[in-house]
Design a protein around this ligand. Structure first.
Ligand SMILES: [Zn+2]
Length: 540
């Protein structure tokens, strides 16, 4: 197939040369304009993929200069619908794919690669056999409108105004109506269309029109026949080499990736499993404690009001304890999101605030390189109404009629304690961790559980909620982080070290998402524990 393609390209080139020799005027007619000529008067935004904004036409032109070179494509939903039942929330992560551009004449294809089936070997023919045996997915076709050598300019507006997040499909599946994008009510959203060397970001305002809207969209839209949201597109360079894949252990409690490796010897498992984790290494691998080469920094949404914001900063920062236990100083840091930073900018791990019409789930998710399991970005979504629900529970326990200011203060404190715990839980998911449903009943060993409040009965018969929720992460969480993040670059027996962490894990007692237990109420299912993740999301 590739040989045929090369042959046809060679023919086209020959034809072009022959044409040039035959007629200069005809050549001028057929020669595409240069990118400079075609983009005259447009605003140029250089970045990972340079693009041009044509304000007069409302079009975004993409300059493609990297061919058959894999990069990551990630889509998300910055502005949502506002209904927990519909589940299209502000800041909702979408899918991550490994893609590349390839060209056939004037047609430019954006191709999603198939990472589920591989042959990890130097043998080119084995690799090609697997590549040709399994389908790829062409996500979009563009037309070359101008070119300079290896660089081609395409009108990418229709791609960026497409429903990559599958909002219409979700609304239909939930029987909320049959919607489609109305191009006349959709546009590139410039203030969040930004370009950097590390990521090319484009955002669009999309209006979905339809009839017979369901009750949930009626509840949250000014006119349910027009649902306007934002979708966000990120092109991210494939991470550099040097990331160390860490093998999975059923006891390790991490989400991860898996794929079939057809180059595996017959006496070894053909399915390979690796955990999802951030890239982290010590500056001094021989030191018991060392600063990291690059810390993991989380940023808290400024939209979170006080005193909740401070509770969220504290809850997120609990994880620093685990990284210190794993031998790192200052490896895990928490800051406020700088003013003006887009929460969907993948360079920032974010804890984002999600107002909805009704109380809903919190989420912890991660953008993961499907090739290696490297976490590129962590993203927590915290529901704005959750604290009110916990407060009402506490008030019901302590002072149902709201007459005692001191009791209301205690109810407030219990609600904030739950938010710290909830935020730490979701942050744990973004670090790669699954649930531990035994965490609450084994000495509060993990924040990765859904903890019930502990309420004590005082000698005077009064209820005491001062210890309703644990403070800080648990021992199991520390061993988890040690498994996923310890710098083992100088370990003599890396496999033995990892096995030891796993055994320590077992001693703490755990029940992960992979195990599930009928003894507990059914938890919301993580989208997938292993496999190439569409999105690595878990809830609480
Ligand atoms: Zn969870």
């Amino acid at each position: 197939m590739k040989r045929a393609l090369i042959a046809s390209l060679a023919f086209l080139m020959f034809a072009a040369v022959a044409s040039a020799q035959n007629s200069t005027s005809e050549t001028q007619h057929k020669t595409p304009p240069t990118i400079d000529q075609r983009t005259t008067g447009m605003q140029k935004l250089p970045g990972f993929f340079t693009y041009f904004w044509d304000a007069r036409e409302g079009k975004l032109w993409l300059q493609i200069d990297k061919w058959n070179t894999p990069f990551l494509y990630y889509e998300s939903l910055p502005n949502g619908v506002g209904s927990n039942d519909v589940g299209l929330d502000r800041g909702q992560p979408g899918k991550t794919k490994v893609v590349h551009f390839e060209r056939g004449g004037p047609r430019i294809l954006l191709v999603a690669e198939n990472e589920r089936y591989r042959a990890v070997t130097d043998d080119l023919e084995q690799r090609q056999a697997v590549q040709q045996a399994f389908a790829q997915s062409v996500l979009w076709g563009f037309e070359a409108a101008a070119e300079d050598g290896e660089s081609v300019l395409v009108d990418a507006t229709p791609f960026f105004l497409s429903d990559a997040h599958e909002v219409a499909a979700k609304l239909a599946a939930l029987k909320q109506g049959n919607y489609h994008v109305d191009p006349s009510r959709s546009a590139i959203y410039l203030s969040r269309t930004r370009n950097f060397p590390e990521n090319t970001d484009v955002e669009s305002t999309l209006t979905f029109v339809g009839e017979n809207p369901g009750g949930w969209v009626e509840q949250v839209t000014p006119d349910p026949r027009a649902i306007t949201v934002h979708e966000h597109f990120s092109f991210i360079p494939a991470p550099s080499d040097g990331f160390h894949e860490r093998s999975d252990d059923p006891r390790s409690s991490f989400f991860g990736i898996s794929y079939m490796d057809f180059a595996t010897p017959v006496d070894q498992p053909i399915v390979k499993r690796y955990i999802a984790h951030f890239r982290l290494a010590k500056k001094d691998p021989s030191a018991a404690m060392s600063e990291p080469v690059k810390p993991i920094v989380y940023y808290v949404d400024r939209a979170i009001p006080e005193p909740i914001r401070s509770a969220v900063v504290e809850g997120t920062a609990w994880w620093d304890t685990a990284f210190r236990a794993a031998g790192y100083n200052e490896a895990f840091q928490v800051k406020l999101l700088p003013e003006g930073v887009d929460p969907m900018d993948v360079r920032y791990n974010v804890v984002e605030w999600v107002p909805r019409a009704t109380r809903g789930w919190a989420y912890g998710s991660a953008i993961v390189d499907p090739r290696t399991g490297e976490i590129i970005n962590g993203h927590v979504n915290l529901d704005a109404l959750r604290i009110r629900q916990v407060f009402l529970i506490a008030q019901g326990l302590l002072d149902p009629f709201g007459r005692d200011p001191a009791a209301l203060q205690r109810a407030n404190e219990m609600a904030l304690a739950r938010i710290r715990q909830l935020d730490a839980h979701e942050t744990g998911h973004t670090l790669g961790l699954m649930h531990n449903y035994a965490g609450s009943i084994v000495n509060r060993s993990s924040v990765m559980d859904y903890p019930p409040p502990t309420v004590a009965l005082g000698a005077d018969g009064a209820l005491d909620v001062s210890d309703a929720y644990a403070i800080g992460i648990g021992e199991w969480d520390k061993v988890s982080i040690a498994y996923g993040y310890s710098d083992l670059s100088q370990a003599k027996n890396r496999h033995w070290r990892l096995t030891r962490f796993s055994m320590l894990h077992s001693q703490e007692g755990f029940c992960t998402s992979r195990i599930r237990t009928p003894a507990r109420s059914a938890p919301p299912a993580p989208s997938r524990t292993f496999g190439i993740p569409a999105a690595m999301i878990s809830t609480a």
